[in-house]
Design a protein around this ligand. Structure first.
Ligand code: GAR
Length: 208
């Protein structure tokens, strides 16, 4: 079976990238990371793939005159590595509508809240401040809004009485690391179909 080629966009710690890599190494995820692109040169994420046969690229926004040129450089790198699915893993920039439309239905993001609750920055702090009893994480396709795209998978996580944003973030992260490889796996198996706002998950096909 051909492995789907992933491009992973990161900015920092890269623990989700690590979870994806671990799932691939353990053969739980039949995919291949074609390239990891970081917009920050010293991202820990880049060090996580050092020693593997995985291309990396640093593409810094400040090196480009405008956002368009920056995004064109990203798109070029993805093309160079024949990326089929773009995975945002802690990438801190908002991609333009123009970029997203080039990869329509082929960009995934993970967000540390149960969308549509608490989109945007500091989702875990938003949940703690609001006083919800349950939060969680969401894997979704990226559309032109911020954290508004069709939802692929979600999992709930309890918010405990004495949680601060860090304790909650840690509990959610643990679940993120299972959920993201699972969602990517569904895509790689050709089981995801977007119908308007909804993502239909198809049956697992028999391999004869
Ligand atoms: C993760 O918790 C991810 O859900 C969040 O950033 C963290 C990245 O961690 N993403 C967002 O908040 C997107 N709005 P990682 O770099 O260790 O994977």
């Amino acid at each position: 079976m051909n492995r789907t080629v992933l491009g992973v966009l990161v900015s920092g710690r890269g623990s989700n990238l690590q979870a994806i890599l671990d799932a691939i190494m353990a053969e739980r995820l039949k995919a291949k990371i074609g390239v990891v692109i970081s917009d920050t040169p010293d991202a820990l994420a880049l060090r996580r793939v050092a020693g593997f046969d995985i291309a990396t690229a640093v593409i810094e926004r400040r090196r480009f005159a405008d956002k368009r040129a920056f995004e064109q450089a990203i798109a070029r790198e993805l093309g160079l590595h024949h990326v089929e699915l773009l995975v945002l893993a802690g990438f801190t920039r908002i991609l333009s509508g123009e970029f997203i439309s080039q990869f329509a239905g082929r960009i995934m993001n993970i967000h540390p809240a149960l969308l549509p609750a608490f989109p945007g920055l500091d989702a875990q702090a938003q949940a703690v401040d609001y006083g919800v009893r349950v939060s969680g994480c969401t894997v979704h396709f990226v559309d032109e809004g911020v954290d508004t795209g069709p939802i692929i998978l979600q999992e709930a996580v309890p918010v405990l009485a004495d949680d601060d944003e860090h304790a909650l973030a840690e509990r959610i992260l643990h679940v993120e690391h299972k959920l993201y490889p699972r969602a990517i796996g569904l895509y790689c198996e050709g089981r995801l179909r977007i119908e308007g706002r909804k993502v239909i998950i198809g049956e697992k096909r028999q391999v004869l």
